[in-house]
Design a protein around this ligand. Structure first.
Ligand code: DX5
Ligand code: ZN
Length: 217
């Protein structure tokens, strides 16, 4: 079963609590929260204070995608705010192993994200330490971009490293997932599908999520 993680980047930020309750009722599997700092990516979004205020609105897992420089400065704050999964970018710093240990020390699931130009091979030696790999299929920073299909090729390679290590691993894809592209991402081997604009394109979130779950089946 495809897991759909609506990205609240495309939600109405003036009504975020309500939007999250609506996603929960509409059949979302987890809530994807895009954190941007205007430095690692050219956009600014949500901090831990907002995540904390959203926490009481749903029991669904908070899948926090940190697109920020120096993520080590904020792991504890996002953990305290109610994150369940924290994903950091491979490109965000030199000490990825230490970063992953920091997330695990907070008893959270730890993920690593790869930008479209970052090779899968960079995860080979750390795959046994992580719970999730987030493959970016657009350049991070904005919703509503077109998928870069070549980025999907990485999924297989990541899966092979995980198999060699006998390590259970979730693979998530993020960027340009919609009814027309989700089947290709699933065929490439992804488990979780982030969708922003495809979920929020109309008010009927349930229908939009169902359409993503069924597309190509
Ligand atoms: C992009 C974010 C995505 C974004 C996806 O930097 O990481 O999660 O919200 O938006 P869509 O699904 O519209 O491509
Ligand atoms: Zn994201």
């Amino acid at each position: 079963m495809r897991m759909i993680a609506p990205s609240i980047l495309s939600a109405d930020f003036s009504r975020l609590g309500e939007e999250i309750r609506a996603l929960d009722q509409a059949g979302a599997d987890l809530i994807h929260i895009d954190v941007m700092d205007g430095h690692f990516v050219p956009n600014l979004t949500i901090g831990p204070g907002v995540v904390k205020d959203l926490r009481p609105h749903t029991k669904l897992l908070f899948d926090v995608h940190l697109m920020i420089s120096e993520p080590e400065r904020y792991i504890e704050a996002f953990a305290g705010a109610g994150a369940d999964i924290i994903t950091v970018h491979q490109e965000s710093g030199a000490h990825l192993h230490r970063l992953i240990q920091m997330i695990k020390a907070q008893e959270l699931k730890a993920g690593i994200s790869l930008n479209p130009a970052t090779p899968a091979a960079l995860l080979e030696d750390i795959i046994g330490e992580i719970d999730l790999v987030l493959i970016m299929t657009v350049n991070p920073g904005f919703g509503g971009q077109t998928m870069i299909p070549a980025a999907l090729k990485k999924i297989n390679r990541v899966r092979e490293f995980a198999k060699a290590d006998e390590h259970p691993l979730l693979i998530e894809v993020d960027g340009g997932i919609k009814v027309e592209t989700i089947a290709a991402a699933e065929a490439a081997g992804a488990d979780i599908f982030v969708a922003g604009s495809a979920v929020f394109k109309s008010n009927d979130y349930a229908a939009n999520i169902q359409a993503l779950k069924k597309a190509g089946h």
